[in-house]
Design a protein around this ligand. Structure first.
Ligand SMILES: C[S@@+](CC[C@H](N)C(=O)[O-])C[C@H]1O[C@@H](n2cnc3c(N)ncnc32)[C@H](O)[C@@H]1O
Length: 246
C-alpha cells in the first residue's frame, strides 16, 4: 500500500473509505464538536434580520453531518430552526453516514462537489454559508469564494472553520507532532489505511496563512471580516473566519 493519495484515488473516495469510522475518529479530538458549535454560533449571530426571501443555509463539505448538527443547533437557538439547511459533500460515503442520522424535514443532504452545487444556485438565493474543514481541500479556492459571494443574499454571512498553520512555527510543530503521534496511529487502528490522514497532515502544512485566506475573502467581496482561533491544543491551528456579503 502506498502512503499517499494517488491519482485515481480521489479525495471523495478516500473520505468514503473512512466514512464509517469518521465520527469515532473525531470523537477523540478534544473540543471538535464544541469548536464547530462556536463557529456555527458566529454564523447565526450574523444572520440578517430580514433575509430578503432567501431561506436556505448551506453547509459545504458537511461530511457525516457534525457541522450540520452544529449549524442546526445554532439556528434553532436564534429562532431560525425552520430555515432549509442543505449539507453538501462530494463523498458518497460521508453523505450516506449523514443521511443515516435523525434530522428534521428542513435538513437535506446532497452528494455533489461544492463548486458545482453553488454554480447551480441563483444569485442572492442563500442566507448563509458554513464551510467547516472544506476550503483547504478545494483546488480553486478563489472561484469557490466568488461563487459563495454570488449566491449569498446581501448581508448574508460566510463562516469558514479551518486549519491554518502557515507562518506560525509553534503551530506547525504541534500539528506535525499530533498528526504523527495520535491522529495517524488512531486512523491506522480503525481503518488500516492512513493515506487520508497523511494527506490531512500535508494539506494543513501547505494551506494558506490566516492572513492570506482573509485576503481571498476580501477579494471575493466579503466585508466585516473577523478572525479568532480556538482554545486548547488547537490554538493557532483551528480558526474561524467570518464575513458578510457586501
Ligand atoms: C474533514 S471533513 C469535515 C466534515 C464536516 N464539515 C465536519 O466538520 O465534521 C471534510 C469534508 O469535505 C468534503 N469535501 C472535500 N472537498 C470537497 C468538495 N470540493 N466539494 C464538496 N465536499 C468536499 C469531504 O468529502 C469531507 O467530507
Amino acid at each position: 500500500m502506498t502512503s499517499e493519495l494517488q491519482p485515481g484515488h480521489s479525495l471523495a473516495d478516500a473520505f468514503s473509505r473512512t466514512a464509517e469510522h469518521y465520527d469515532l475518529l473525531v470523537s477523540i479530538s478534544p473540543g471538535y464538536h464544541a469548536q464547530l458549535r462556536a463557529s456555527a454560533a458566529e454564523l447565526a449571530a450574523r444572520l440578517p434580520q430580514s433575509l430578503s426571501g432567501a431561506s436556505v443555509v448551506l453547509d459545504l463539505g458537511c461530511g457525516t453531518g457534525a457541522s450540520t448538527r452544529a449549524l442546526l443547533e445554532s439556528l434553532r437557538s436564534r429562532g431560525d430552526g425552520d430555515l432549509e439547511v442543505y449539507g453538501v459533500d462530494s463523498s458518497a460515503g460521508m453523505i450516506e453516514q449523514a443521511r443515516s442520522k435523525r434530522w428534521p424535514e428542513s435538513v437535506h443532504f446532497e452528494c455533489a462537489d461544492a463548486l458545482d452545487n453553488l454554480r447551480e444556485r441563483e444569485s442572492g438565493s442563500v442566507s448563509a454559508v458554513f464551510a467547516a474543514y472544506l476550503v483547504r481541500n478545494v483546488a480553486d479556492l478563489d472561484e469557490l469564494l466568488a461563487e459563495i459571494a454570488r449566491v449569498l443574499v446581501p448581508g448574508g454571512p460566510l463562516v469558514i472553520h479551518e486549519y491554518s498553520v502557515a507562518g506560525n512555527r509553534a503551530a506547525q510543530l504541534t500539528w506535525r507532532t499530533v498528526c504523527r503521534a495520535i491522529i495517524i496511529p488512531a486512523a491506522f487502528a480503525t481503518d488500516r489505511d492512513v493515506r487520508l490522514y497523511r494527506y490531512l497532515l500535508r494539506s494543513v502544512l501547505d494551506f494558506d496563512s490566516v492572513e492570506h485566506l482573509r485576503e481571498r475573502m476580501a477579494r471575493a467581496g466579503l466585508r466585516g471580516l473577523t478572525h479568532r482561533t480556538v482554545r486548547g491544543w488547537q490554538r493557532g491551528i483551528v480558526h474561524t473566519l467570518a464575513g458578510v456579503r457586501a
